[in-house]
Structures are given as structure tokens and as C-alpha cells.
Design a protein. Structure first.
Length: 66
């Protein structure tokens, strides 16, 4: 997951999600990016995903260090 509702859409990290002109992630939606950019079908192609469709949860974020 790259952004949650209320977060700015991360335009610098991924291309603008398909057909999504909003500056912030809308309520009930998520920006999801797969770990294999060339093979992942994610927000870069499909736009925001409904939060209710996500079947998992983040246990540990390895990219952010305390």
C-alpha cells in the first residue's frame, strides 16, 4: 500500500493512477503498488482500489526505519 484516504496521491513515486485527477486519496480508497513494477497490475493502471476489496494487512513496513 502506498497511500491511504487523505494522503496526497504520490505523483513523484508512481505515475498518476489511471483516470484519477484527485490530489488526495478519497475516502474508502487506497493507492496500491505491486512489488514487481513490470508485472504488477496495480494503481498505476487501475487507479484507486476500494479499501473493502483488500484482503490483507501490513504487519511490518520494511522501508521505513524508526
Amino acid at each position: 500500500m502506498l497511500a491511504v484516504p487523505g494522503d496526497p496521491v504520490p505523483r513523484g513515486l508512481v505515475p498518476a493512477p489511471a483516470g484519477v485527477p484527485e490530489r488526495y486519496v478519497p475516502p474508502g480508497r487506497l493507492v496500491l503498488v505491486g512489488d514487481r513494477p513490470g508485472h504488477s497490475l496495480d494503481s498505476r493502471q487501475l487507479g484507486h482500489f476500494p479499501a473493502s476489496a483488500v484482503l490483507g494487512r501490513l504487519l511490518r513496513d520494511l522501508w521505513r526505519r524508526p
